[in-house]
Design a protein around this ligand. Structure first.
Ligand SMILES: *Cc1c(COP(=O)(O)O)cnc(C)c1O
Length: 304
């Protein structure tokens, strides 16, 4: 069972490698949202996404020198590769065959070995399980949640006035982390999760109370998952206030709004929290923390 002690230990580790990311408001964005919106800029991480926090914590706590093996389409791969480089561990990352060239190169440039295999994440996962080394699940690793939780410590320490946190969900580690930290540091603060209605596995798992498999048709990488993950779901069941599903188009609109009004680049998943604030104002309080979880837009997103 993960506790704040694990999070505080992770904080010491993450702080050794990364400065806190900025969090502040933009008056025009507040106006558009009809409330105060505090934007936490995880899109300024060296890997372009918040997942590096979890990977650093995981690598710090993995003994031995066997290679790290994992599977991912993008940001998890890059996070593990970055942390492996920091800790001088070998890393092998299985990416689906059609993974974007730039994403593959970004991982290789950090020194990890990329194996392209299979049509989707299910195939990549199955192949990763056959490779020698310590297999790391992108969702069911408590150390990832504890590492990612450090971002919510930074946010709530700096902005104790927040009454709502909105968190985009793929596997659910980020939302689980937000729930743990909010319950400890700001018990009145609600946590609202958001996923694409084109990939609702985590949402449906939370509503059903057991992990579900669902079709995954979203174009938004960070939110693309075909199943619920048991570890994060257990924490969400205890603490999450609500879970919103949005269309990919609404999330794309929020991405453009962040570029125009906040001068910041988000990938789709990185704009999903803001999209939820705009689409479901009735669920939100008067001071909302929105995490821009990632910057790594696809070529198509950039073109749009
Ligand atoms: C992975 C990711 C998410 C979702 O996080 P989970 O912890 O998998 O739920 C959201 N945004 C971005 C940019 C991501 O890379």
């Amino acid at each position: 069972m993960l506790t704040m002690r694990d999070v505080l230990a992770a904080r010491k580790i993450v702080d050794r490698h990364l400065p806190p990311t900025p969090s502040w408001s933009y008056p025009l964005l507040d106006e558009a949202a009809g409330r105060r919106v505090v934007v936490k800029h995880e899109n300024t991480q060296p890997t372009g996404a918040f997942k590096v926090r979890g990977a650093l914590n995981l690598l710090a706590t993995l003994d031995g020198d066997e290679p790290i093996v994992t599977y991912s389409t993008g940001n998890h791969a890059r996070a593990i590769a970055y942390a492996a480089r920091e800790y001088r561990r070998r890393a092998t990352i299985v990416m689906p065959a059609r993974a974007a060239e730039l994403r593959v190169r970004a991982v290789e440039a950090l020194g990890a070995t990329v194996v392209r295999h299979g049509a989707d994440m299910g195939d990549a996962e199955a192949h990763a399980a056959t490779l020698p080394g310590r297999l790391v699940s992108p969702g069911d690793e408590p150390a990832l949640i504890a590492g990612v939780a450090t971002l919510y410590c930074e946010l709530l320490e700096r902005h104790p006035e927040l009454d709502t946190l909105v968190v985009p969900v793929g596997s659910g580690t980020g939302a689980a982390a937000a729930c743990l930290v909010a319950a400890a540091l700001a018990p009145g603060c609600r946590v609202i999760a958001v996923q694409s209605q084109a990939a609702p596995a985590a949402h449906d798992s939370w509503r059903a109370g057991t992990c579900q498999h669902r079709a995954n048709h979203t174009e938004i990488d960070g939110l693309a998952t075909g199943r619920g993950f048991a570890g994060p779901q257990a924490i969400l069941r205890e603490h999450l206030t609500d879970f919103v599903l949005l269309g990919d188009a609404a999330i794309g609109d929020a991405r453009r709004l962040l570029a125009r009004l906040a001068g910041t680049q988000a990938e789709g998943a990185g704009a999903a929290a803001l999209a939820a604030v705009l689409a479901r104002p009735g669920l939100m309080g008067s001071a909302v923390g929105v995490v821009v979880t990632g910057a790594n837009a696809t070529e198509l997103e950039l073109a749009r």
